[in-house]
Every structure is written in C-alpha cells, then in structure tokens.
Design a protein around this ligand. Structure first.
Ligand code: NAD
Length: 260
C-alpha cells in the first residue's frame, strides 16, 4: 500500500522546482494530481516527466494564475468535479521579485510579489479549506521560506509575503484542526531551482555560480538543497503520517535556522 493510493492532491507551481519535484514524488506514491501553473508549457513538461516514471499516473492540468481568485476557485471546483475530494494541497506557487533596497523597491513590484505569494496562498486556502472542512479530513502545506522567518535583505515584497504565509498557516491551522484538517508550512533555505538560479543571476549575471558557492558558505552543510529533498518532506507532510503536525512551520535548510 502506497501512502497516496486513492488520494487526491493539488499542487500549484507544479511546472518547475519544488512543485515539480513534489508532484513527481507524490505521483510515485500513487496520488491523483491536479497540477496548476501559470506556464502551460512547463506543466506539459511536468506531465511527460511524471508519465516516464509513473505511466498510469492520473493528472488534471490547469493553467491558472494563483493571484486571480476566480481562477483559484475554478481549479478547486474542477478538482472536486473530476476526483470527488481533496486530500492534500501543496500551496506553493511563488516568485522572488526584483531585489532592491527598500527605498528603491518598486511599489508595483511589491504589489505583484504580494499578490502572487500571499494573496494567492490565501485564495488557495480559502477554497480548499472549505472542501476539506466538509469532508472532515485534509492537509494543506504552504510554501513559506527562510525569508518568512527572518530578514534576508533587498526583498521587501518577498519578506512581507512569506512572513504573511507563516501567519496564515498559524491562523488557519488553529481554526481547522477541530475538523480533522491540518495546515502547515515549509520554510526552505536555498534550494537549487530555476528561481534560485535567477536570484543568483540578479546578483551577478556572469559569475553567478561563484556567487552561489559563496552564498552557501554560512550554511552548516555548505551546499544548496536539492528539490527532491523538499519533495520527500512535502510528501510526508501531506500524508496521513503527519496528521498531528498542525499550525506550524518546518524549516528545510541544512541547519541554517541556527541564525533565526
Ligand atoms: P520555480 O521558479 O522553479 O517554480 C515556481 C513555479 O511557480 C513556476 O513553474 C512558475 O511558473 C509558477 N508560478 C509563478 N507565478 C505563478 C502564478 N502567479 N500562478 C501560478 N503559477 C505561478 O521556483 P521554486 O524555487 O520551485 O519556488 C517554489 C516556491 O518555493 C515559491 O513559493 C518560492 O518562493 C518558494 N521557495 C523557494 C526556495 C528555493 O530556494 N528554491 C526557498 C524558499 C522558498
């Protein structure tokens, strides 16, 4: 018996990085998946990579912007129509935004980052938790960040949104625990995904790999995390084995939390 046999899981940001690696892991363990991303081509790529490993995987692909409340309501409804329930929700899509000092941080950029990373996470919880409460079971995993627990610098929008995700997690976990539904967040440190590559390239477009080596020196493990390492954690947190973990934030950062 696999942990996700007969289970239905929605994953946002499934076209890349942590969303993709979690989708692959959970598909390997038997889940039916709704995969959501803004980028249709990357969703198709995720689907074919999963099918190479799990040829009978059942997947519903939905191109949607998580910052659009109607689109979020729609992917939740479509999931329930197709699969009949929602066991797990990896509320993960997010962007970093352009790095800048607070005084130079564009107000438009701030609004954009917050609307995807925070409003988007809220919309997802709003519609999924209603379904899970009625069912009497379910697990939500929100993607926060080390930047949701401490300051990183040059990331006003990211810091505000990820601290907000931690707040939403603690708040809703307390509300929904009584219905058999848990809400938790992960706080990844630097995991080598296209987002982090983009971030290093913002710091130095040419020598970004060298910048990356310096960047991980304060980490006790002196390396970036791997997306599949996050996939294993997300699969555990969405499984029934984590049913008593609620309203809390789990770091996955090689021990960098010693700085918090
Ligand atoms: P990524 O860029 O590799 O993947 C993010 C995916 O989200 C992309 O496929 C993108 O198309 C999608 N996306 C972006 N905006 C969207 C929107 N408005 N609606 C729907 N989909 C959208 O990045 P990643 O590193 O896998 O990041 C995933 C999550 O993890 C993000 O919330 C990010 O903030 C968080 N995170 C990442 C790291 C890291 O080191 N990689 C660390 C901490 C937190």
């Amino acid at each position: 018996m696999n942990r996700f046999d007969e289970k239905v899981v929605i994953i946002t940001g499934a076209g890349s990085g942590l969303g993709y690696s979690s989708a692959l892991q959970i598909a390997k363990e038997g889940a039916k998946l709704t995969l959501v991303d803004l980028n249709e081509a990357s969703l198709e790529e995720t689907k074919s990579k999963i099918l190479e490993v799990v040829p009978n995987a059942e997947m519903l692909l939905i191109t949607a912007d998580v910052a659009d409340e109607k689109a979020v309501e729609n992917f939740v409804n479509e999931t329930v129509q197709k699969f009949g329930k929602i066991d797990g929700f990896f509320n993960n899509a997010g962007i970093e935004g352009k790095q800048n000092l607070t005084e130079n941080y564009g107000s438009d950029e701030f609004e954009k980052v917050v609307s995807i990373n925070l409003n988007g996470v809220f919309y997802g919880m709003k519609y999924v938790l209603k379904v899970m409460k009625e069912q009497g079971f379910g697990s939500v995993v929100n993607t926060a960040s080390v930047g949701g627990i401490r300051g990183v610098g040059n990331q006003s929008g990211y810091a505000a949104s990820k601290h907000g995700v931690v707040g939403l997690t603690r708040n809703s976990g307390i509300e929904y625990g009584q219905y058999g539904v848990t809400v938790k967040a992960i706080a990844p440190g630097a995991i080598m995904t296209p987002m982090v590559e983009g971030s290093l390239k913002q710091m130095d477009p040419v020598n970004w790999e060298e910048v990356g080596k310096q960047f991980v020196q304060p980490n006790p493990m002196k390396r970036f995390g791997k997306p599949e390492e996050v996939g294993y954690l997300v699969a555990f947190l969405l499984s029934d084995q984590a049913n008593f973990i609620n309203a809390t934030v789990i770091p996955i950062d090689g021990g960098q939390s010693y700085k918090y």
